[in-house]
Write a protein that binds this ligand. Sequence first.
Ligand SMILES: [Zn+2]
Length: 79
Amino acid sequence: MSIFCRIDDKHVPLYRVVWVSATPHYCGEEDCVREGSYEIRLEQGEAVWASLAERDEMLQRLEAWHGDMDVPDDGEENW
Ligand SMILES: [Zn+2]
């Protein structure tokens, strides 16, 4: 499987993802262009902004990727 996930206009390598936002961005700033987008934080303090569908795709790929590495599944959500 690919180790990349397409987010916006970028192919993001799964191994660079630090965390994935569970809720859409809201900071209250009137001119915020990220409102409603989901932040995907990368190493080095970088971030990409995903739609809900892209965020879900990323989560699925991350889970599948970790599954490939034989991480024991204790049936719990560790996100
Ligand atoms: Zn904002």
